[in-house]
Unconditional design. Sequence first.
Length: 711
Amino acid sequence: MTAGERRILVVEDSATQAQRVQIVLEEAGYRVELAFNGREGLARVRASPPDMIMSDVVMPEMDGFAFCQAVKSDPALRRIPFALLTSQRSPRDIVRGLEVGADNFITKPFEDAELLARVARIFENLDRRRRGGLDMEMTVRVAGREIVVNADREQMIELLFATSEDLAVSNRLLEQVKLQLQEQARELERKVEERTRELRAAEERYRQLVEQAPAVIYMTDPGEAGRVLYVSPQVEPLLGYAVAEWLADPGLLSRALHPDDRELALAEFASLRQTVRTVSLEFRLLHRDGHVVWVRDESHIIHGEGGDPLYIQGFLLDVTERRQLEERLNLSQKLDAVGRLAGGIAHDFNNLLGVITGFGELAGRELPAEHPVQARLEQVLGATRRAAELTRQLLAFSRKQVMQPRVLDMGAVLAEVEKILRRLIGDDVVLVVRNAPGLGNVRADPSQVEQVILNLAVNARDAMPQGGTLTLETSNVELDQDYVRHHAGGVAGRYVMLAVSDTGIGMDDRTQARIFEPFFTTKPEGKGTGLGLATVYGIVKQSAGHIWVYSEPDHGTTFKIYLPRVDAPADEVPAAPARAAPSHGTETILLVEDQEALRAMIRELLEEQGYTVLEAEDGPGALEIARKHLGVIHLLLTDVVMPRMSGRELAERLALERPECRALYMSGYSNGAISDRGMLLEGTALLEKPFTSQGLGIAVREALDAPPPGA
């Protein structure tokens, strides 16, 4: 049969490739028919069987393998030579082709001559089979499968060799690839394990960082107010609620907010949804047990890639301690400011009281004892005495009262005061005194220390209307920097501590914040001046000490007073001299007082007692008068605080010119003119304003009768 009589069916989904094969075959004299998928090709074969089929492998609807299998499974068609056109000569394709009965493989791309030679050989083998030259069927095992091959010897050998060679090469490549993949798998596994360890270590570091941070870290739902998505374990010691409670209860946050801060805090939380900024806010939360916790909240909203809010992230920092210190510092500054004002007013008021007292007494002596005005004058003088007591308390609060410090044995002071206290507090209050052994000494004014104890004891008694226990304790303590950080106004060092405790009604925080303010009192009107604790505060501060109070409603109150400890032995308590009635004198006194009315009153009182008085309104004027006076000046009676020159400076300069002249100071307080913090130099004679004519006469006489300076 000639080539022109041969009819070949080419099945190829690529029109370009199909046309190329068609042209090559037709130029060689073959008749060519085209089909573009396996299903179309199978229909043509069944309708008119060709002499040979050439089919692509990869096609739509029915691929080349399925097409070949359909042809070879039909007894009427199985003898038609079937060649597969494939671009991949892989062992899998060859094995698959043998399985479905393919007679040959033509690998793309191919040369035209190669294609024609392969077609010619297929037809030669076909002619031999038809002439009876070769017709055999053989079962071979390829890639673990048994395959029946129908072909002439040459074709079968070619297929087997091609297949075995390709399989051998492929197997070697596959083995190499397998080894490479195994090595890559081991390396990947090692890297995965290493990365897993790194992630676990990083996760552990992050967990420790979060759980050990000095703040509560949290995440909340931006859409549902109060719903907590995450909160770090620090929340439980801070607020008393476990992590599980916060996660389970969306309303817990709102309930934990302090009622006075709830509206502001919730409004700020809501504003987070409309802003990208970080919101900073300080507010109060309530611990499970009810106590207040101040926190600083720093929070911002986290958005996803599409801009949608994912969650609110933030942290809460406990600022309770800082807030308390700020409040105490503000209170201390407030008390200092009030003290400066009170001190200045009290000093000037003392001068006015001195004028009223002096002239009132002078007026009384000029009237007959039975004169009706005498009773009125006594009322005036009584009022001035009460006013003078108030000014002394104000001066104590302002730390401007005159103090005469000595080295004290606090145990001895407490033992002395105990006798007074047992009569003062009443039978329904039990007094307990605990003096620590080996108690150190302090430098303070004994009368002022006694005043502190008495004021605190009276307050304690009034806080126990139904009776109770008043406890006074002493001990040696050392305050370190940690104490100072937590107690505003404290200074580190060695102290003697005096604690005054009661079992009374106690105080809330608001009351405690104001107890040292002058004129603040919780007692009914007419039951107190509000200066008792203000006086205590001033005396302690003026003595370089520190005072602390702790109290809770219905649980009593404890005041702790810390006075600096000194190593010097306690001074002996001097016997109080018997004070005689003032006697007249004839000595010359240089009177220096910047307040004109007060100076006139003092001059009149002194002249009434027989003294010769030289007067000046300030220090320079007094020195000028002293230089011009030819006689002896026996006594300098001077105010402490004056313009241009202090009383102390005046006394020192006058002593250079008149060493025989004694000095007696007058003051409602000493503002550094005598010494720092108003303390007197040892041996300095002082007359406290306001004073009576009798007090003036006694003080002047004692100063004149004292040994001369330097004796």
